[in-house]
Design a protein around this ligand. Sequence first.
Ligand code: HEM
Length: 139
Amino acid sequence: MNLTFLPPLNASLNLLSTVLLCGGFYFARRHDIERHKACMAGAVISSVIFLTSYLIYHYHHGATPYRGTGFKRTLYFSILISHTALAGIILPFIFFTIKRAIKGEIERHRRLARVTLPMWLYVSITGVVVYLMLYRLPQ
Ligand code: HEM
């Protein structure tokens, strides 16, 4: 099966998460909780679809090697390793941030969210950067 459409789809889902997270933060700052909630729910949904699609692609296709050398190679692997490490630990942060919001523990939600949000933004932005470096930019 030809799955070459999945990497650009995955990068688009990462970009969508980035936009929704920024929107969610903007609405939280304006105390517009309904829109804040909607954006964060959208970010969760796009991330879940991303993760499913990512696992399907890598199950069938394996890893795509980066062929660049020198500084570009160091940069690529620094971004990839930090992206993967944070992506590997972010799930409980997201879970407890949402749990606190749902339980109405807003001050605790806000405190944890200020850690969760930058981590999640880093993962989604670097997801797009890794895609561009691997598939679109000259190596
Ligand atoms: C993982 C998803 C979420 C993230 C990353 C997130 C992030 C944030 C951040 C960063 C703030 C603090 C903004 C500031 O500096 O003042 C905040 C505030 C808040 N969030 Fe969330 N949030 C999430 C989900 C939710 C959900 C699902 C709800 C509602 C059920 C919610 C309700 C609130 C409320 C009520 C505030 C306080 C806003 C105010 O100061 O009036 N959040 N959130």
